[in-house]
Design a protein around this ligand. Structure first.
Ligand code: G3P
Ligand code: MG
Length: 244
């Protein structure tokens, strides 16, 4: 059965990468949760997608130019809807605490957002934090930046790793040959176009971002390992309906 991974929490219904979005993902019963990690100016791990705060807060500027204290003053919910005005950019540690408290038992996909910004030491910081406790969930690492994927492989050879990519067939063929990659996370357009190669793949495929009923139905039909979706509640309902 194809797993449903809540992309940035429940990005379609709640402000992405906020605690309320992760709580919604847990509450609706998503099999997995995806989030993006970056560094602040003072070396704290925060969960946010863009390298700038502009799109998802009331501030402007690069994440790396803010201390955690400064980032915490920003409103990370109103841009989505006024009812979320109290949401803040969470630290990675705060998200882990919510998953722990709410007894999340699924898969946490931690994306190292190092594709456009270099964050030296971020792989070590993420790994150190995860080693502090026994978590009720399982976790994996992913990145668009192959250097980060390799670094994680050196640090944590037993933790599942995935390379994220677009829909370039050549890149995907190359990644298929890397034995230590447990998964490939291609753009869903590749899955839709290359269904024969999807069937032949030796990797766990978890495409992004699979939102429409038609795209979800194709992924379910192909028996894809998992989908990243902005609407986990809707995708779970559709999966349940398809099984009847
Ligand atoms: O891991 C899937 C997806 O999160 C990759 O794209 O840009 O949403 O981080 P993005
Ligand atoms: Mg991501």
């Amino acid at each position: 059965m194809t797993k449903i991974i809540a992309h940035r929490g429940s990005k379609g219904t709640h402000p992405e990468n906020t605690l309320i979005a992760f709580r919604e993902a847990i509450e609706c019963g998503a099999d997995g949760i995806e989030l993006d990690v970056q560094f602040t100016k003072d070396g704290e791990l925060v969960v946010i997608h863009d390298n700038q705060v502009d799109r998802t807060t009331n501030g402007t500027g690069e994440i790396i130019s803010f201390t955690l204290r400064e980032l915490k003053m920003l409103d990370a919910g109103s841009w989505f809807s006024p009812e979320f005005k109290d949401e803040r950019i969470p630290t990675f540690s705060e998200v882990l605490e919510v998953l722990f408290q709410d007894n999340f038992k699924g898969l946490l996909n931690i994306e190292l957002k190092t594709d456009e910004k270099d964050y030296p030491g971020i792989e070590e910081a993420v790994s150190d934090l995860l080693h502090k406790r026994n978590w009720p969930f399982t976790y994996m690492y992913s990145s668009f930046n192959f250097d980060s994927v390799e670094r994680m492989h050196q640090l944590e050879p037993t933790i599942p790793l995935a390379y994220i990519m677009g829909d370039q067939p050549r890149k995907i063929r190359k990644a298929e040959k890397i034995s230590y990659l447990e998964g490939l996370h291609p753009k869903v357009t590749w899955v839709l176009k290359e269904q024969d190669n999807v069937k032949k793949s030796s990797k766990k495929l978890r495409p992004w971002t699979v939102n429409s009923e038609d795209d979800l139905a194709v992924c379910f039909e192909l028996g894809i390992e998992a989908v990243h979706t902005d609407y986990p509640r809707r995708a779970l309902a559709l999966r349940a309906k398809n099984k009847q």
